[in-house]
Design a protein around this ligand. Sequence first.
Ligand code: SAH
Length: 457
Amino acid sequence: MTKTIPVKKNDYIDVVFEDLTHDGAGVAKVEGFPLFIPNGLPGEKAQVKVIKVNKGYGFGRLIEIYEKSPYRVDVLSSEIHKYGGCQLEHISYEGQLKYKENQVRQVLTRIGKLENVLVHPILGMDNNPWHYRNKAQVPVGEKDGKLIAGFFKPRSHEIVDTDESLIQLPEINEAVQAVKEICNDLGISAYQEESHKGALRHIMARYGNQTGELMVVLVTRTEDIPKKNKLVEEIIARLPKVKSIVHNVNSKRTNVILGEKTTVLWGSEVIYDFIGDVRFAISPLSFYQVNPVQTKVLYDKALEYAGLSGDESVIDAYCGIGTISLFLAQKAKKVFGVEVVPEAIEDAKRNAELNGITNVEFAAGEAEVVIPKWYKGGNSAEVLVVDPPRKGCDETFLQTIIEMKPKKVVYVSCNPATLARDLRILEDGGYKTVEVQPVDMFPQTTHVECCVLLKLR
Ligand code: SAH
């Protein structure tokens, strides 16, 4: 017997929200049947309209709130900023932190089957959790004969023109606007996805918050940029902080932003920034943490968990431009960094040199290929740091860790679900999850970062 579904499309019903999903929607249950409703907050009583009903769950729209959550705050023109990544802007910062911490606890129990693991209160931003991002990649389109740039509407290919993002640093907003206006004035065409015609696909900007150095990257479909010299001249005139103007060619039909060919149009091939006392060169294609203030908080925690005395060999897997590696090198005997993007490894080597750090070695390749090779060749480490992308660690790599038996593993994660999955594998392989420190790297968004200490049992 199938259970009857208690709601149908277009019903208006009264609910009480119980929870938030990982993408920030409110969850309400009608006779146990879950409805997901954007904008609803736990504890709120509201009227909702059912808009879609599936077998095990449905979706609705918030119609009227009868009783508001104490964490609800007023938002301006919320739609636009929600597209731009501010999914939680209707929740006070205190409420956002509570939600993220809660989510970490829930996921570790549900997916990781980790009961009673020590999860510390999340470390949020002390000051103004807005305008923090040091990087933007903004899609370009055309509307009524004008070049526009902004955000994609969710689940669509439509671009909404915007003149500011509330989570970008002012320098980034300013750079994107200036480049958009210059390209528009020069009549540079925008890329059109459907016909695969037009030139400019994305405007990208990166900013070194400690050095005041700006990089502008123009991503085009075409090998040539129309009116290139004039464009460069104008960018330099409008943006005095610019140190590097780069051209990236992406001629493929793809939603991947950057293509394979990168050339410097003007200035330096990298910009510099500092995290703590360590200076970093950042090239256009390399990963670099986007919240400079919280990056320091996160890396300090990783260093604390590594607990180095100066005698240890350390492996930093997924090392990017060597940021964590160079932090660790100040306290370790030797650090080995691995990263799949060759340009990032070039940056990492340059960064070691730049800081006079000689006890590090970097290798380009996949962690799951390079580290097993090292291990078979007799190279091991007492401490292993991993900081994988959202999909988490490759299972073969986790098996290598279990065989290699480093005393400590420090797991830095930007996705609690894959973190929980990987912690379970490491627990089953002989590790104990000692403590978990969530850090809010991405205020106003649903993203959650964690730093975790594991020890060999
Ligand atoms: N620890 C660095 C980078 C973390 S982001 C920092 O804090 O700045 C994750 C990095 O993993 C990216 O640089 C990405 O290019 C790299 N990466 C992705 N898959 C990989 C793999 N299979 N092996 C090694 N590195 C990988």
